[in-house]
Design a protein around this ligand. Sequence first.
Ligand code: AP5
Length: 217
Amino acid sequence: MNIILLGPPGAGKGTQAKRLEEKYGLTQLSTGDMLRAERKSGSDLGRKVQEVMDAGQLVSDDLIIELIAHRIDQLEGGKGFILDGFPRTVPQAEALDRMLKEKGLRLDSVIEMTVDEAALVDRIAGRFSCAKCGASYHDRYHRPKSEGVCDVCGSRDFVRRADDNPEAVKTRLEAYRRQTAPILPYYRAKGVLHPVDGMAEIGEVARQIETILGNPK
Ligand code: AP5
């Protein structure tokens, strides 16, 4: 099964992708995580995208398409993937269609996480994640079960993202409205778009998504 999680910054894409990986055995492909890994490694690509990402703008389509094509190539034989943060523009959506066609793969569902923008700023401002495994938490909505210890890997090291500041969040929301929201009609026309209430509690959002996807095979 191959799916896309679509929604503005802070909608909960990464949070739900992690749960879906566990439940369905799918692989999360987060372009944001891939770019952050490039930055951490100090690669040319990482240096090139640093400024654009910190300002909250989108990285160029060519670069992202190349990055994701390479990752999809490496996945052959798995149970499928969850695209988190890709596609984000109409050219990216069209490129994804071409990639899937070439590989004889299909897109099963696009989950649109609908949210109230005012709540997103609060969600993003409270976010932190495990520096070791990337598990995502929130100061108020999702704290580790044992204070200061990651639920997933036991690490005590947590980080906050450089683009989670009010100015960059404003730009990221604008980029979503202007460049990403136009791909919703593209997927609606294909009959694969399914909205879920991203404002519900985390477990309830997961249940809504599972109702759409059905039982794991
Ligand atoms: P990316 O990393 O993709 O960031 P984003 O889309 O802005 O999304 P976020 O990771 O901020 O939010 P999320 O929806 O995953 O929410 P989360 O689950 O963490 O992209 C970063 C940058 O990389 C871009 O700005 C761009 O520069 C570049 N980039 C990446 N992909 C690109 C592409 N395809 N093209 C061009 N450029 C690209 O949840 C947020 C917080 O809320 C967490 O603390 C969580 O615990 C909490 N939370 C989650 N769900 C709930 C809930 N239901 N109730 C209460 N709290 C919740």
